[in-house]
Design a protein around this ligand. Sequence first.
Ligand code: 13P
Length: 258
Amino acid sequence: MRKKIVAGNWKMNKNFQDAEELLDELSEQIEKGQKSSKVEVIVCPPSLYTEMALDLSHSEDEERLFGVGAQDVSANGQGAYTGEISADMLSSMGVEYCIVGHSERRKYFKETDEQVAAKVDKLLAEGITPIVCVGELLEDREAGRHFDVIRTQVEKGLFGLKQLDFVKVIIAYEPVWAIGTGKTATPDQAQEVHAFIRGLVEEKYGKEVARNLSILYGGSCNAKNAAELFAQNDVDGGLIGGAALKAEDFVTIINSFK
Ligand code: 13P
């Protein structure tokens, strides 16, 4: 069975004190049982706050409340790469997940599918689960080429993997036109693309692998629309930006599965 997952991508938000407050609140609410136990919750704060997030990710009696992820990783192993953070550094801290290929990295940092593939390799070698983002621009959708764009991103970013590695990956479909715009994909639009991605995976790795792959939706997913999106057959949860910055909204999203 594939996992139901809600992951929060904080992006470049919150100073240390505000981050601590949000994590505290989140831990408290999850611990109080406001989270359905069948959902895997992941928090991806700026890497600078990893240690604090890890400290607050467990209750006092050591129950794990959420997994901690990073928002990016270097495509290189180690050495003279000023400002970069390696997969080995992340795993040595206890980070379990890492977002790769977010559209903001593709747009502002010119990240390519080849770099996405290299980052995925580095993460898997360190036992970290990559959350690989794919999604089309508004002009791609308007020109009716969104499926082609997504196919290319999935194939180049992930299909170099052997099956035993591919099964460890999570995919997030994030239409770029929906990110931070308040313009969510309709449940039908999300379902259509998620089913398309699952179909690509089935062709490449077979039915069983496709069935077990978690595909998350991201892009203006919030406390109000999450339930409808998560009710779709091929939507296994969400990658949440803005709404992950408020504990109450994030917990409502976590509890939005039927
Ligand atoms: P928003 O939820 O703010 O639209 O961001 C989505 C996103 O980019 C998550 O990675």
